[in-house]
Design a protein around this ligand. Structure first.
Ligand code: NAD
Length: 255
């Protein structure tokens, strides 16, 4: 299927590793022009030469705004913004969560998306096929035991997405959210190992329990997430807006 993304101008936040890197690679494979920011300089250095990159912490609003403008100038305009950056945040009972940790998680996972959307719209309004894709999580829909700041932020991403889809539809800017489930990779390994350790169980046990709540009992790969995103960004996805799309093997609960 030709996704007609040749020359598409795309910003992906946190594109140096993990899902973000897979999204960068998927857009490049379609002939798109890509800009990314990240805090991992080694990961940024490892990106293909043609990628516009800058070291930016998305929690630093002025730096993020400067990056959006610089990237749009470097790309010669902007057709798509992918707000991928997010952190897992603290794992703790509600009474043990520090306000600093709460605010940090909300800032990186949600407020940064508000900041970049608000700055990107003036650039996106010039595009004939504009879209925003915000990274949420099934945790936003299902809740996540002991991960309250993360789940709250990711639920907020869905509200941000749906509201912006209504507001920006008349400007021909589509806005969708992707909700990954259990994604293979380093982050999932860290989460499962921390959980296994805290509960005195084996990692295999914790993993089997996690999959017992899914209809399709396998990890989603970063590349499968990226496939959904390039499709949504393409003209083939032009009637899809305001959706919160789960890519999670029908996961019904996060244990
Ligand atoms: P990850 O932890 O592997 O990190 C990806 C990148 O984010 C890294 O390159 C890191 O340097 C960068 N980064 C971290 N904090 C940053 C900041 N403040 N500013 C700029 N860059 C920063 O993450 P991932 O697993 O690839 O997840 C990507 C997105 O998908 C996140 O929004 C995450 O919440 C969401 N998600 C992931 C999973 C999963 O299982 N991996 C599941 C659901 C949702």
């Amino acid at each position: 299927m030709d996704l007609q993304l040749n020359g598409h101008r795309v910003i992906v936040t946190a594109g140096a590793n993990g899902i973000g890197r897979a999204i960068v690679d998927a857009f490049l494979a379609e002939g798109a022009r890509v800009a990314t920011c990240d805090i991992d300089e080694t990961g940024l250095d490892a990106l293909p030469d043609e990628v516009f990159r800058r070291r930016v912490d998305v929690g630093d609003a002025p730096a993020l705004i400067g990056f959006i403008d610089a990237a749009a100038a470097g790309l010669g305009g902007l057709d798509c913004l992918v707000n991928n950056a997010g952190i897992a945040g603290v794992t703790a009972k509600i009474e043990d969560i520090d306000l600093v940790d709460w605010n940090r998680c909300l800032n990186i996972c949600l407020t940064s998306q508000f900041t970049s959307c608000a700055r990107a719209v003036s650039h996106l309004r010039q595009s004939a096929n504009a879209s925003i894709i915000n990274m949420s999580s099934v945790a936003g829909r299902l809740g996540f035991r002991l991960r309250t700041p993360y789940a709250a932020a990711k639920w907020g991403v869905i509200g941000l997405t749906k509201s912006l889809a209504i507001e920006l539809g008349p400007d021909n800017i589509r806005v969708n959210a992707i909700l990954p489930g259990l994604v293979s990779g380093e982050r999932q390994r860290r989460v499962l190992e921390a959980k296994a350790q805290s509960q005195g169980r084996s990692r295999a046990e914790v993993e089997a329990e996690a999959f017992s709540f899914a209809s399709i009992r396998e990890y989603v790969t970063p590349e499968q997430i990226a496939d959904q995103i390039v499709f949504l960004a393409s003209p083939r996805g032009r009637t899809i807006s305001g959706q919160a799309i789960s890519v999670c093997g029908d996961l019904k609960m996060l244990a």
